[in-house]
Design a protein around this ligand. Sequence first.
Ligand code: NCD
Length: 355
Amino acid sequence: MSFRHLIDFGDLTRRDWEEIYARAERIMDAPERYMDACHGKLEASLFFEPSTRTNFSFQTAMLRLGGTTFGFADPRSSSTAKGETLKDTIKMVSAYSDVIVMRNPKEGAAKAASLYSEVPVINAGDGGHMHPTQTMADLTTITRLRGSVDGISIGLCGDLKNGRTVHSLIKALAKFNDIKFYLISPRELALPEYMRIFMRENGMRFTEVTNMEPVIPMLDVLYMTRIQRERFIDPLEYERNKGVYILSRRKLARAKPKLMVLHPLPRVDEIDVDVDDDPRAAYFEQARFGMYARMALLMDLANQGHKKPEPVEICTNPVCSNPNCITQTEGSYLPALTKVIGGMECCAYCDKELR
Ligand code: NCD
């Protein structure tokens, strides 16, 4: 594998992904053969934000590989509540563990953690930014049920502005051929600029629409998402947009018989419950596939061993103006890292353009 930390799906090559997928399939087909693959290994699971699927699926993945897990699912029970920096938490936890799985409400938090960790860090969601292991669940589902990802027409529907699963999935699909995107969202919740720049830079074809019905017949995959209530600064903006897309049996009537409906879950109201029994609904299977994909990932990362991180300079002058960026809260020490996306200078933590 060519990577140590999994912060963004862009950290992987297509070959890395193919290796992980092939291993996930082998595990699915004979799980008992992998019962000791992480024997003696410890996964630290640091959930600074609520989670059911991701947290449980990482924990069960590690337990099924013969390893153990420890951590917290409520930051109030950690020293963060006493004012500890992310850097100190990570330095300490990485000394105890073999791999760190972290979810944090701040964009770029996983990247920041990786600078100080002695062990691989896996981003289990950083604010509205990225969620690469959900993408592994998504790609595993599409590949296992359809045979391949190349050549699909995919509709991404809902809160494309704040939906980190959508951003990660787009990053991953840049590595596949001939994908056609339909971006279905209200104008207010359209894909952020840094993701559009990424899509243009990678020559990805996309059509933006506000209404789902006319595009449904064209799709091989429909990826539904929830309007991300917790990310709205203005509650009225949420009120205006909640309930905007609801997939019903009636709407599915014009879809391809082989359409696959995916959703990272949790669902609020965007898919009617009677769609669950339609053979095209794959979202519960998707959650199960996610566990196997995470097992395949952990087998590699939890066995990489400890390595002291390179020293990084201390910077007290954050350059990013995104209020949700990790540099806003941990800016007293994080180095001011930048990167270029599509010719624009961007924050290397949260990817937002620097102005
Ligand atoms: C997603 C997340 O946390 O971003 N859930 C998940 O990981 N399965 C999607 C969501 O919360 O809407």
